[in-house]
Design a protein around this ligand. Structure first.
Ligand SMILES: [Zn+2]
Length: 143
């Protein structure tokens, strides 16, 4: 095994890996890195369970990604373009300062002190997905 197989997706970003509970390859949020900066724990965005990241499953995802590489390109516009679209769509909305205690709903515009302006795209129990200029992040809310 080379370091190429090690996933270094940043914490709070999304990766696709096998969920131990759902038994399916699903999107997971990175919760923890080990001391080498490699993903150690992830949380399933479907069932919410947190489990150890199993890098051997990544291969399967990689293979699938390779096959659909051409399609993936057109299917996945870059985050900045998505962000620009949202800026246009919600230009009349004033951003609400983000706090962990805050309560938000889909299509709210928030102002995060680290990540800047963000657009709430999905809200679930005590967390939400927010689209920032560099892509979506999971933030806590309603705490
Ligand atoms: Zn799951």
């Amino acid at each position: 095994m080379t370091t190429k197989d090690k996933d270094r997706t940043p914490v709070a970003q999304i990766l696709v890996t096998q969920c131990t509970r759902c038994k399916l390859p699903l999107t997971h949020m990175v919760v923890l890195h080990n001391s080498e900066g490699i993903v150690e724990r992830v949380q399933c965005r479907t069932c919410g369970s947190e489990h150890k990241y199993k890098p051997e499953k990544k291969k399967m995802v990689k293979k699938a990604a390779k096959k659909t590489k051409a399609r993936a390109k057109s299917r996945k516009p870059d985050p900045a373009a998505i962000f620009e679209q949202l800026v246009g769509k919600f230009q009349d909305k004033d951003p609400v300062p983000y706090t962990m205690q805050g309560s938000y709903k889909t299509d709210d515009v928030i102002d995060h002190k680290t990540f800047g302006k963000g657009f709430v795209s999905e809200v679930s129990y005590q967390k939400m997905e927010v689209t920032f200029v560099d892509g979506p992040r999971i933030l806590v809310c309603d705490r």
